[in-house]
Write a protein that binds this ligand. Structure first.
Ligand code: KG4
Ligand code: ZN
Length: 348
């Protein structure tokens, strides 16, 4: 079944053609240059940029797949979670396309896309090696969630962030250090040159047994520390920036790992695999740290292949393929944006 998938939940305009877990094309157009000067995604700018590009991106996805639009068997689209007015653009175009082609429509949860992104043409191990139940860790600019995956299509959120998402926290720390937006990747580069233990930053929720993430305390501590250092010498030196980046990243990842480990151990049935997805998983240091959990899961830790960490439509198409197998199609008259749709909630 060839699925054309559309994704416009945030600031990337994406379309892809997939067949099962094979990617026939995957086009991602990032709007980051439009949002940079605002230090975050501006919904109205995102909506307009999606609107301007979406037809071109869909055409390119079809063209790259080497198939014709008539060869498409179903149209999939992200219905949520995400920015309401951005989601709306993809949904409207997907609906129109499904109607024009007289093909079924599949509404996909964006987080399910990240969870299943590890399945995309993964040559790490044969896909059949993935055993369930599994635990999925989604770490992006908008989400930090641990999801118990009983099987594909059956999910339960078991831990989430109480305040900032990990990517959001890294972006804010990068901003405090003058590293631009979004700063996660730049922070990683600078952290590699720094001494993580040079300054004292707290481990979030160190004494708490709650299975949840929190980054606001660490962020405040970083802000205060930078303030103190600036009183002593107005401009931070390059080495100070490196050390602060390393310290922040270390504590942020240490917290992520501690909660992930505790959550793994708290499950009634030990998850056999850990599936990791989302933009922050592009961080090589994080992947190295997470691999250390493989003994605990008694199986493998899975990462998406390169280029599949961040938002893309191929992961939406893959999730849609499994939904189609289960006969879960959307009623085009009913489908609407669901900005807060949880992966463990039925579509309402
Ligand atoms: O999944 P994604 O592309 O979009 C969302 O759905 O949010 O994730 C974007 C986030 C941003 O916060 C960005 O700074 C972070 O992923 N990110 C990284 C790296 N590359 C992207 N964070 C840490 N290290 C990286 N190498
Ligand atoms: Zn995402």
């Amino acid at each position: 079944m060839k699925i054309l998938a559309v994704e416009t939940s945030c600031d990337e305009t994406c379309a892809a053609v997939v067949e099962g877990t094979t990617i026939l094309s995957n086009v991602v157009h990032s709007q980051i240059d439009l949002h940079k000067e605002f230090g975050g995604v501006v919904p109205s700018i995102a909506r307009r940029a999606h609107e301007e590009r979406i037809n071109l991106i869909i055409d390119k996805a079809i063209q790259d797949s080497r198939f014709m639009i008539q060869d498409i068997d179903a149209v999939a689209v992200t219905a949520g979670p995400g920015l309401a007015i951005a989601l709306e653009v993809g949904i409207r175009h997907a609906k129109e396309l499904a109607k024009k082609l007289d093909k079924p429509l599949i509404a996909v949860n964006h987080i399910e896309g990240h969870v299943l992104s590890v399945l995309a043409e993964n040559d790490q191990y044969p896909i059949s090696n993935i055993q369930f139940p599994a635990l999925a860790l989604v770490v992006s600019g908008g989400h930090t969630e641990l999801i118990y995956v009983e099987k594909i299509g059956k999910y339960k959120i078991v831990a989430r962030t109480m305040d900032d998402a990990l990517g959001e926290a890294l972006d804010k720390a990068a901003r405090m250090l003058g590293l631009g937006y979004p700063g996660g990747a730049e922070l990683e580069k600078r952290a590699a040159l720094g001494d993580a233990k040079k300054y004292s930053l707290p481990l979030p929720m160190a004494r708490s047994k709650t299975l949840a993430f929190s980054y606001s305390g660490l962020k405040t501590a970083m802000f205060r520390l930078i303030d103190e250092l600036r009183i002593m010498n107005y401009e931070l030196s390059e080495q100070q920036v490196n050390d602060l980046a390393a310290g922040f990243q270390w504590r942020a990842f240490e917290h992520l790992l501690r909660i992930t480990r505790a959550t793994l151990n708290a499950q009634p049935t030990m998850p056999k695999n850990l599936l990791v997805g989302g933009g922050v998983a592009a961080n090589a240091k994080l992947r190295e740290d997470i691999k250390k959990l493989s003994d605990e899961v008694g199986g493998q830790v899975w990462f998406p292949k390169k280029g599949m960490y961040g938002d893309n439509a191929a992961m939406i198409g893959i999730a849609a393929g499994f939904k189609a197998q289960r006969g879960e199609f959307a009623d085009p008259e009913m489908i609407d944006r669901l900005p807060r749709w949880r992966i463990d909630e039925e579509m309402i």
